[in-house]
Design a protein around this ligand. Structure first.
Ligand SMILES: [Zn+2]
Ligand SMILES: [Zn+2]
Length: 360
């Protein structure tokens, strides 16, 4: 099969790769479409550090089941599936307590979040890692049975693949992690796929004020379509002061969807006493906040994969999309073939797109 391979710093290379045979409990997925998520770019940009390469990135994928291994009961060949990048086993400490997004199965030992062992090799025999447990920038991937979620067949795979990561992360951060209440006020910093998901989640939850904050005017202009009631261009005004003005210093929830300490600190600064700031963006920095604010009962919480129980939540989100209650098509800025994967990352670096989808 063809796969986009990351060998270290530098562009991805399309190569022919040999995929292993599936084993018991595994499924072979023919990938139909895969979104290009910002955290893939993060792995590429960290590729100067020691990293398990070669590796196939891509983790926002949907496709069809090509074949199943022994003992697989939840899916059949031909089923339409969304791939969960953080699959849940249903049996570990966290899964049985309803925290499937924190499943112990996903704590893979290596830094790149690859699957537990390589299931594909280069033509010269070098093992190829499965990035973020998915390896979606390839024509096929092998997943554990619990890593695929069967969805209804009338849902377009080239759109609902977005539910594999960004949109589920965003909507879930608002609904599951923060539990935004009807009538509340919400600010969202960063309007990528995750941030616009948070805007939609806040709208679904019944927030009355949803303030969208970004540096890019084009992203701000589309935010009202997703539910934003106000927009703030942080290149022109101070975001914290503006939000305090708009809400009379009564902001209930602030979400950070970029992954920078500075913006997490801004989110924490803009909430009211007793309010909640949620760090959603992938962040590897230290964060500095005034300890005194804890005496005001301000809360800073983390969110991973929208605190989702993916096997329950993703089919629900597909239904919400099919009934027009959440928007996905509007998030797709561009479609490209796998051969243009590097151009897709260039678009992202130039902040020209919300989401590019690779179609196979
Ligand atoms: Zn992602
Ligand atoms: Zn588990």
């Amino acid at each position: 099969m063809k796969a986009a391979i990351l060998n270290g710093p530098g562009p991805l290379v399309i190569e022919n790769v040999h995929l292993d045979a599936i084993e018991a409990g595994e499924v072979l997925v023919k990938i139909h479409s895969c979104g290009v998520c910002h955290s893939d770019l993060g792995v590429i940009q960290r590729a100067t550090e020691p990293l398990d390469t070669p590796i196939v990135l891509g983790h926002e994928a949907a496709g069809t089941i090509e074949s199943i291994g022994e003992n697989v009961t939840n899916v059949q060949p031909g089923d339409h599936v969304i791939i969960a990048f953080a699959p849940s086993c249903g049996r570990c400490y966290y899964c049985v307590r309803g925290m499937e997004n924190l499943c112990d199965q996903r704590d893979y030992p290596d830094r790149s979040g690859s699957g537990p062992r390589p299931r594909r090799t280069m033509t010269n025999g070098t093992p190829v890692m499965q990035g973020v447990g998915v390896g979606g920038f390839a024509e096929y991937t092998i997943m554990p049975e619990y890593g695929v979620i069967k969805i209804r067949e009338d849902a377009p795979l080239n759109i609902v693949c977005l539910l594999g990561c960004g949109v589920t992360t965003g909507i879930g951060a608002a609904i599951n992690t923060a539990k935004v209440e009807p009538g509340s006020s919400v600010a969202v910093i960063g309007l990528g796929g995750v941030g616009l998901g948070i805007v939609q989640g806040a709208k679904l939850a019944g927030a009355s004020e949803i303030i969208a904050i970004d540096l890019v005017e084009e992203k701000l202009q589309i935010a009202p379509k997703f539910g934003a009631t106000k927009i703030i261009n942080a290149t022109k005004v101070d975001a914290v002061e503006s939000v305090r003005d708009i809400t009379s210093d009564r902001l209930d929830y602030a979400f950070e969807a970029i992954g920078l300490s500075k913006t997490v600190e801004q989110a924490f600064a803009m909430i009211r006493k007793g309010g909640t700031a949620v760090a959603v963006g992938v962040n590897r920095e230290n964060i500095s906040i005034p300890g005194n604010d804890f005496l005001r009962e301000k809360k800073l919480i983390g969110s991973f994969y929208g605190s989702a129980s993916v096997h329950a939540d993703i089919p629900k989100l597909v239904d919400l999309y099919m009934s027009g209650k959440i928007l996905l098509d509007e998030m797709v800025s561009r479609r490209r073939p796998l051969a243009e994967i590097n151009e897709a990352f260039d678009d992202m670096k130039a902040v020209q797109v919300i989401r590019t989808i690779i179609d196979y």
